[in-house]
Design a protein around this ligand. Structure first.
Ligand SMILES: [Zn+2]
Length: 464
């Protein structure tokens, strides 16, 4: 293994042991421990970091290596340091011990995304130690709170300290899995947007001993949940999904159905582990995730709430979401008020950029003949805060051949999260390559800033 690979493995172990579990509570997370680890790691490299702490313990660290040419584009490597909670009973090993067994590192965060955060830090440190001067700025950001919407992380930094994390191009999670038998490495070029809505259901309270004919809010809420989960919204075949479906190399009939909006729902039941992802990649999804009703065992509840997790494809508007909810709920709306108006559009980065080219050449160096497969993520990452300002952000990594996309996805937020050391070596080698290619004074003549009007406007907004 290379020094860079060894560094990445060791740092990943320390970050897993940092146990920065983000349970959604403001005082959770404890990312300050991760920042202390990283500051120790950078000691002696000559790099100086800036830390911010929007809430006690919710610390982020930003390190910037200044470029030699102020007009050259800046590249940011943005890694979150928090992880989601675990259900220890479902794990075969201690989720925070970071054991290495048969060449595999086990632990919460091993693929989401302490692996990448460690690799970004290792690349940044090595470049600094070597005295490498990038043409444009190189930014390493180790950020808090990604797993709960980034209120104390990139969202806060975007609103209050854009100067620290701003860049012209961004790499973040997630990517690097193999799409199918042909060498295709996934790169996340965009992600679905979201809408938060809550159903407030009103019934009539009464005595639990005589339920017949009662307008029980819990029963109405249950009916709403069932209608939402059975509702068939129309499918949309995005260009990213079309390419991905073809790369899977399934039989011709299944592939044809997968890229046909009228037929995809019929093949979903036959797709196995891929089904949920295939559905989410082609539909606006509505998942009723928090349902509350009732206070007391003998009282019919007069009120219930249902919190919905709604994810939208590119081009879907706030009005489309509201229309879909109305269609699904139908006459139940007599008892239901839809609350909330937050809406975040899906985001997508162009792929005709010098950074995307650099990703392609780095991947081909480790997997000869491999092609990049641009994908739309169905979850959320910090990439969206950059894409919304017109800045290309890609989810990038390179995993070993044992990682198909189904396996990769299952371990995200799942039990027994782990990564093989070989993948860490591949990823850090490719990242090092990407940064050098993108920032090499001789090789990046093609690198250019993207200065659309959209970008200039949103920048102004972000700093006021
Ligand atoms: Zn993540």
């Amino acid at each position: 293994m290379s020094d860079l690979g060894r560094d990445t493995v060791e740092l990943l172990q320390q970050l897993i042991r940092g146990e920065a579990v983000n349970d959604g509570a403001p005082d959770g997370g404890g990312e300050h421990r991760q920042v202390e680890t990283l500051l120790r790691y950078f000691e002696g490299s000559g790099l100086e970091g800036v830390t911010v702490e929007p809430h006690p313990g919710r610390t982020s660290l930003v390190v910037r290596i200044e470029g030699t040419d102020a007009s050259a584009p800046a590249l940011a490597l943005v890694g979150h340091t928090d992880v989601v909670p675990v259900e220890p009973a479902g794990w075969s090993r201690d989720p925070f011990a970071a054991e290495i067994v048969d060449g595999v590192v086990w632990g919460r965060g091993a693929i989401d995304m302490l692996n990448l955060t460690a690799a970004y830090a290792a690349v940044t440190r090595r470049l600094a130690v070597e005295g490498f001067r990038p043409r444009g700025d190189l930014v390493f950001a180790a950020v808090a709170d990604e797993e709960n919407g980034s209120r104390f992380g990139v969202e806060w930094l975007t609103e209050h300290r854009l100067d620290l994390i701003d860049a012209d191009y961004v790499l973040t999670e997630s990517g690097g899995a193999h799409a199918g038998p042909r060498p295709g490495i996934t790169v996340m070029v965009g992600e679905k947007g979201g809408a938060g809505r809550r159903l407030r259901v009103t019934g009539t309270p009464g005595h639990g001993s005589a339920p017949w004919g009662a307008r029980n809010a819990a029963v109405l809420a249950a009916e709403a949940v069932v209608r939402l989960s059975r509702h068939r919204a129309p499918a949309v075949i995005t260009p990213q999904w079309r390419d991905y479906a073809r790369a899977l190399d399934l039989d011709a009939e299944t592939t044809a159905a997968l890229v046909d909006a009228d037929r995809i729902d019929d093949v979903l039941p036959h797709l196995g582990a891929l089904a949920g992802f295939a559905h989410a990649s082609t539909h606006t999804t509505v998942s009723p995730n928090v349902v509350r009703a009732g206070e007391k065992g003998n009282v019919i509840p007069g009120e219930a709430t249902v919190q919905l997790d709604i994810r939208v494809l590119p081009g879907v508007s706030r009005e489309d979401v509201e229309g879909q909810l109305r269609d699904a709920l139908g006459d139940l709306l007599e008892h239901i008020e839809i609350e909330g108006d937050w809406f975040g559009e899906a985001t997508l980065s162009p792929t005709d950029t010098p950074l995307f080219d650099a990703l392609g050449s780095a991947v081909r160096r480790v997997h000869p003949g491999a092609e990049l497969l641009p994908m739309l993520g169905v979850g959320g990452t910090d990439g969206r805060f950059y894409r919304r300002r017109g800045i290309p952000a890609y989810g990038f990594g390179v995993l070993s051949e044992r990682w198909d996309y189904g396996t990769f996805r299952r371990l995200f937020h799942g039990n027994d999260e782990r990564i093989d050391v070989a993948s860490l070596e591949l990823t850090v080698t490719a990242l090092d390559d990407v940064v050098r290619t993108f920032h090499d004074p001789g090789g990046s003549a093609r690198a250019r800033r993207i200065d659309g009007p959209e970008r200039t406007d949103s920048r102004k907004k972000a700093t006021t």
